[in-house]
Design a protein around this ligand. Structure first.
Ligand code: IMP
Ligand code: MG
Length: 180
């Protein structure tokens, strides 16, 4: 397993992102909606460096059906808090094809939010499938499959404190784990 971003690098990136967001909203209340489950760790760190009155909610989206390839996108809003009339910032772990954020921005807009922005921890350097781009990005990364700091492979590795790229041995071991 190769480390792509250390704990210290992640902490510094999240702090600087928090500062940009704080400047932009300048004391106004902000509703953060985190995309479950990958943004869990990012959310926890981001809200603690955000010196703003924040409301926190979650929305579900899933496109990775047991592997590394994006499958069909499913979303669920049953746990979402009220967003109508609020300034909303969607928080996701990674911008890959872009389809997830694109769909979720639309859902939040349709629910009557006053404004909808987006913040992602990671932005993959590749061709995206949508014209939308995230408003805030902590790190640009190469087009590789990454795990840790909330991101998973087969629902494993979310608890790694750093961000890593799996090698073939890790992938095989994870497959065995997931099957047992
Ligand atoms: P998009 O819709 O293709 O932009 O995909 C976004 C979602 O796919 C993210 O919220 C992640 O859950 C997942 N994803 C994309 N790339 C990776 C990766 O490299 N590792 C783990 N999850 C990923
Ligand atoms: Mg996700």
């Amino acid at each position: 397993m190769k480390t792509l971003l250390t704990e210290a690098e992640l902490r510094a990136g999240v702090a600087s992102l928090g500062e940009q967001i704080r400047e932009r909203y300048d004391g106004r209340p902000l509703t953060l909606i985190a995309v479950m489950t990958g943004s869990l760790v990012f959310l926890a760190d981001l809200i603690r460096v955000l010196d703003l009155p924040v409301r926190v909610g979650v929305i579900q989206a899933s496109s990775y059906r047991g592997g590394m390839k994006a499958g069909e996108l499913t979303t669920a809003t049953d746990m979402l808090i009220d967003v109508a009339g609020h300034d909303v910032l969607l928080v996701d772990d990674i911008f890959d094809t872009g389809k997830t954020l694109d769909r979720l921005m639309q859902i939040i807009q349709d629910l009557g939010a006053k404004s909808v922005g987006s913040a992602v921890l990671l932005h993959k350097q590749r061709q995206h499938d949508v014209s939308l781009r995230p408003d805030y990005v902590a790190f640009e990364i190469p087009d590789e499959f990454v795990v840790g700091y909330g991101l998973d492979y087969l629902d494993l590795f979310r608890n790694l404190p750093h961000l890593a790229v799996l090698d073939q041995n890790d992938i095989e071991a994870a497959k065995e784990q997931a099957e047992s």
